[in-house]
Design a protein around this ligand. Structure first.
Ligand SMILES: CC(C)(COP(=O)(O)OP(=O)(O)OC[C@H]1O[C@@H](n2cnc3c(N)ncnc32)[C@H](O)[C@@H]1OP(=O)(O)O)[C@@H](O)C(=O)NCCC(=O)NCCS
Length: 414
């Protein structure tokens, strides 16, 4: 039998559902949202479901102008060298003060300098593709970066770049600077003979290749509640919440260890084979694998399990991306681990990931985040991940193909 509160909840649900239906109908009658810039780019049109995948616009290097796009007066292009201490500091400052915030402006990504170096200098990188905008006083006011990756997209192997760290200083927002940054990096990448790019964004633009969702696993629920990242559930006390999320002190697998350089060939073979099943996945060389997965303190961790012959049979990895807790009296930083690449062959994916949670907790992480891509769906519920409100769209520039499901995505960007 329903009590008063249940009826109230039901009424509320009905009201929400009919409001959503009205909003959906209104949006549908207006048609797809207009995008002054993105509608001019070689992107799949909304609703288009191409039979044959392929390039949208075919050009040669001679079709690409050699000189940069014009900057508004008072600004100029530069490239940043993150291997230089002073320039790395400038990039860090721009991003830590102006990069992605959540919808309620409570948290802002705080990529460390060491992380930025790692993210921007894989084998074959070019500092020319770490594009900045400086004011007349020389201050770094904008950024966009690209790094090379060979990508397999539904059976085709494509030379691509991964685009990241698009950022415009808060003082220069809504002045159409972002499209200029995107056009300039496209020009520079095209001049190197590369015509496709992958990128992710929280916003919906024409037109996502896949739409993934973030899930969060509390490791330090007390702190997460204190900073407002999560809320105490109905009828739960702090003590019960802490008990609910308590993890074992040690990993279940006794012989899990940090990946070492000598494990690279075996672990690389394991991951490469694993990634073949996904429709979108990077094709990493051994050298690239070593760059992306060998542990770097406070940046990326990778743990392996080996058989008697030293062959890697299982691996789990996560990267460290803290967020600044904006304007909080007690806590300055939220320490988050982000699931990276995981392969399980001697244990289940859930068992492997439970160990990964323990390892992340032991390294001081407050929360473990994972997208619902690859095989992640398998463990999210059992391991007590909660759905977040963040969506992450995957995009492929200048390549038309059908939309894919999160489970068909085998790529994690930083
Ligand atoms: C994202 C950001 C650079 C956009 O700059 P802005 O000053 O807000 O917007 P501008 O007036 O320069 O440009 C607007 C255009 O950029 C597009 N745009 C906005 N965010 C974008 C994104 N993340 N990726 C690609 N294009 C984006 C808009 O859709 C719009 O194009 P449209 O008219 O075709 O739709 C800026 O808001 C920012 O630095 N935000 C914080 C960091 C961030 O969110 N970075 C993106 C991470 S994915």
């Amino acid at each position: 039998m329903s009590n008063g509160a249940d009826i109230l909840r039901m009424l509320k649900k009905q009201q929400i559902e009919s409001a959503l239906a009205r909003a959906g109908a209104a949006a549908a009658s207006k048609g797809p949202k207009e995008h002054k810039f993105w509608d001019t780019q070689p992107m799949k049109k909304p609703g288009e479901e191409p039979e044959e995948p392929g390039e949208i616009e075919t050009k040669t290097i001679d079709d690409v102008k050699p000189e940069p796009y014009n900057m508004p007066p008072g600004f100029e292009w530069c490239h940043v060298d993150v291997m230089d201490a002073a320039e790395a500091e400038e990039v860090y400052t721009l991003l830590s003060e102006n990069y992605v915030e959540d919808d309620d402006n409570m948290f802002r990504f705080d990529y460390s300098k060491e992380f930025l170096r790692w993210a921007l200098t894989p084998p074959g990188y070019s500092a020319e593709l770490h594009v900045g905008v400086r004011s007349s006083k020389g201050k770094l006011m904008g950024l966009i970066t690209a790094v090379p990756t060979q990508m397999r997209v539904m059976g085709s192997s494509i030379k691509t770049v991964e685009i990241n760290f698009l950022c415009v200083h808060k003082k220069l927002r809504a002045k159409r600077l972002a499209p200029v940054l995107i056009k300039e990096i496209t020009r520079r990448v095209n001049r190197m003979g590369v015509w496709q790019a992958v990128y992710t964004a929280g916003v919906v633009l024409p037109t996502p290749l896949a739409c993934c969702r973030y899930y969060h696993r509390s490791l330090n629920p007390k702190k997460l509640i204190e900073v407002g990242f999560s809320r105490l559930a109905n009828r739960m006390t702090m003590a019960r919440t802490m008990k609910l999320y308590k993890l074992p002190d040690n990993t279940n697998s006794a012989n899990v260890s940090a990946m070492q350089p000598e494990d690279v060939p075996s672990a690389h073979a394991l991951l490469s084979k694993y990634l073949e099943q996904f429709k979108l996945a990077p094709q990493l060389s051994e050298e690239e694998f070593a760059h992306w997965l060998l542990p770097r303190e406070g940046v990326v961790d990778c743990f392996v399990v080996k058989d008697r012959n030293g062959k890697v049979t299982d691996m789990c990895s996560f990267y460290h991306l803290p967020s600044t807790v904006i304007g909080h009296a007690k806590h300055r930083t939220l320490n988050a681990a982000y699931s990276f690449y995981n392969v399980a062959t001697t244990v289940t994916m859930t068992e492997l990931m439970r160990d990964s949670l323990v390892l992340a907790r032991n390294l001081g992480m407050d929360v473990f985040n994972a997208l619902n891509l690859m095989q992640n769906q398998e463990f999210l519920q059992t391991l007590k991940f909660g759905i977040g409100d963040g969506h992450l769209q995957y995009y492929l520039f200048n390549w038309r193909c059908k939309e894919i499901t999160p489970q068909e995505v085998g790529l994690v960007l930083l």
